[in-house]
Design a binder for this molecule. Structure first.
Ligand code: ATP
Ligand code: MG
Length: 212
């Protein structure tokens, strides 16, 4: 039987338990031989916030996935400048590993963006899309857009964790332990990745400051 390969794309700034649970649940429930995490490259334009350097997001992803024999991390997008479309990544993986059956794993929020992008048709040809449930994001718009039949929905234990919230927690000196792997916490502190955000008004900062 063809090898079944899961691809988990993301910014991973930083990688957290929500990402890991989605990937591991996909591995088991969808029956994948392997899951490759693909951290996004450095943004080519100034975005609304400073994304941590690709190399550091890549290293945190390696730290977080090292203990799982079925997990690995790809430098595909990190080594490229500018935005990489999902379809380009899928093409590259297909060329690298001919004969492999590809599954693209996303959260409920990311799936719609991807499937409404350019070359979505081709992306759907290249991989089966697996959307993990995520608190605060429902999949009803998939239905409305007629895309539901193209997507395998993966029920995962709800983890209301986001990288934005983790960054805000670092900046506010709130707890991050058990929301991200210890190794990722240590790396982020060592390189002061999110401490400086305290000086900027962050999206979730106020909620975190009030709540805890
Ligand atoms: P940010 O808050 O910076 O957007 P994020 O937590 O959404 O970060 P990303 O790197 O943007 O993390 O997400 C990578 C992928 O993981 C996306 O497909 C996203 O939908 C999915 N994902 C992230 N967090 C969760 C979660 N808690 N449950 C399920 N899927 C998730
Ligand atoms: Mg996100």
């Amino acid at each position: 039987m063809a090898r079944r390969l899961g691809i988990m794309g993301g910014t991973f700034d930083p990688i957290h338990m929500g990402h890991l649970v989605a990937a591991e649940t996909a591995r088991v429930d969808v029956g994948l031989d392997e899951v490759v995490f693909v951290p996004a490259g450095d943004p080519w334009q100034k975005t609304d916030r400073d994304v941590s350097p690709a190399e550091q997001r890549y290293l945190m992803t390696v730290l977080a996935t090292a203990a799982n024999p079925a997990f690995s991390v790809s430098r595909l997008e990190v080594d490229r400048d500018g935005p990489t479309y999902t379809v380009d990544t899928l093409r590259a993986v297909r060329d690298e590993r001919p004969g492999t059956t590809l599954f693209f794993i996303t959260g409920a929020d990311a799936i719609l963006n991807i499937l409404t992008w350019k070359d979505a048709e081709e992306a759907l040809q290249l991989a089966t899309f697996v959307a993990a449930t995520r608190p605060g994001h429902d999949l009803s718009s998939l239905e409305r857009q007629g895309l539901r039949e193209h997507v395998t929905v993966l029920d995962i234990p709800a983890l209301a964790i986001s990288s934005s919230d983790i960054r805000a927690r670092f900046a506010a000196d709130a707890a991050v332990r058990y929301l991200i792997p210890d190794s990722v916490e240590q790396f982020a502190r060592k390189h002061a990745l999110y401490a400086a955000a305290a000086a900027r008004p962050g999206e979730h900062l106020q909620e975190v400051a009030v709540g805890g």
